[in-house]
Design a protein around this ligand. Structure first.
Ligand code: UDP
Length: 238
């Protein structure tokens, strides 16, 4: 266990939109680089880190299906979008000297490794950051569920969810100024109150596997490392 971190192995989930900055679509290279810096500082604490990045900044299955496309096809396009984001993050991390591997749930041998659980664990033991692409590999799922699944498979001590705000609120604080912020919650409370932090299947999976979820702002400089040290602002779901 690293000396100054409260967890030895964690999975960080960020949405594709978190990497979009003020753009309407795609990636903002400055933000990708900044998030890579956040990850690097946590790796520097001796923590084993793996990542799941969404794809909503490029393509979302539900939106594709709304145009008349078959849902499963649209979801495969969404999964491919997550691989694009994974490669962008890999590049940003490696520019900063952090060793990484991308593993895709949909094998694409000339682009990255296929997802192999034991191999991913080994990479992390060697200090490499593993970025999981293509979600769960199955349509009708989300990358939130992929994050809870991979965190369970990797035996992570915690699942960190980097969002736009500094924790879980009763409503979107950017839209509703009376929204109440929670310091801590149980997985069951999140489900019962229908709080929009991660989808219900992700919360259930984390609950079954007793994985705490820490929700914090990925846009606050240094927040990821602060949360790992048990400081800063976050909501913990246990
Ligand atoms: N997706 C999927 N199966 C998965 C994960 C993702 O089909 O296991 C597809 C789905 O279409 C989703 C898209 O990939 O809309 C992008 O993922 P998500 O919406 O979770 O990204 P985020 O909102 O985190 O950016």
């Amino acid at each position: 266990m690293p000396t100054n971190a409260r967890y030895g192995r964690v999975l960080l989930k960020i949405s594709g939109e978190a990497l979009m900055g003020n753009r309407e679509y795609g990636l903002d290279p400055e933000i990708v680089d900044r998030v890579a810096g956040e990850v690097k500082s946590v790796v520097g604490m001796g923590v084993q880190v793996c990542l799941v990045i969404g794809g909503g900044n490029i393509f979302r299955g539900v939106s594709g299906a709304a145009t008349g496309m078959e849902r499963a096809t649209a979801d495969y396009m969404g999964m491919l979008a997550t691989v694009i984001n994974a490669l962008a993050m890999q590049s940003a991390l490696e520019r900063r000297g952090v060793q990484t591997r991308v593993q895709s749930a949909i094998p694409m041998a000339s682009v990255c490794e296929p997802y192999i659980r034991r191999r991913a664990v080994r990479h992390m033991e060697k200090g490499r950051v593993v970025i999981f692409g293509a979600g769960t590999g199955n349509p009708f799922f989300t990358t939130d569920t992929a994050a809870a699944l991979r965190a369970s498979e990797m035996g992570c001590d915690a699942l960190l969810k980097g969002t736009k705000v500094d924790g879980v609120y009763s409503a979107d604080p950017n839209k509703d100024p009376s929204a109440q912020r929670f310091e801590s919650l149980t997985h069951l409370e999140v489900l019962a109150k229908d709080l929009q932090v991660m989808d219900a299947s992700a919360i259930s999976l984390a609950r079954e596997n007793k994985i705490p979820i820490l929700v914090f702002s990925i846009h606050t400089a240094g927040a990821f490392a602060e949360v790992m040290a048990g400081r800063g602002k976050f909501t913990i779901i246990t």
